[in-house]
Design a protein around this ligand. Structure first.
Ligand SMILES: [Zn+2]
Length: 138
């Protein structure tokens, strides 16, 4: 690990400022070659947008999935953009203090502490790629 930031704050903001761009990033992580049903391998899907985050339903077998299932974002009440910003801060600077993350992201300390704990666990398990977004933009 070098001290060189993986991406700059400006680059970060260009790529991850909106919920939509964060979800697009998760989509590419989950299905780098496009949607593929985990059950029947079909590639066509419907998107159901009545929930907080989109639900993807296989057109052939009807199996539903989300971009956040199995990741640290599953069942969270915190905005995905806040999560991504916290990950950005932690990846740039591993010693960053939880209080500073809470301050910078305008969330309470308990929420920040819980997020930091989950993100550090995910970073420690890099084989679990979907749970540890590195925020690569290449
Ligand atoms: Zn299917």
């Amino acid at each position: 690990m070098t001290n060189q930031p993986l991406i700059t704050w400006t680059q970060y903001q260009q790529h991850f400022l909106t919920e939509r761009s964060c979800l697009e990033y998760l989509f590419r992580l989950k299905w780098p070659e496009g949607f593929r049903c985990a059950k029947c391998r079909h590639t066509a899907y419907y998107v159901i947008t009545t929930r907080t985050y989109p639900l993807y339903e296989c057109k052939r077998c009807g199996r539903q999935t989300t971009l956040t299932v199995g990741t640290i974002f599953e069942k969270t009440h915190t905005d995905i953009t806040t999560w991504f910003a916290a990950i950005y801060l932690l990846v740039q600077e591993t010693e960053v203090r939880t209080a500073r993350i809470a301050d910078q992201l305008d969330i309470n300390y308990e929420t920040a502490w819980s997020m930091v704990r989950k993100i550090r666990q995910a970073i420690a398990n890099p084989q679990c790629v979907a749970s540890a977004p590195r925020l690569d933009i290449g």
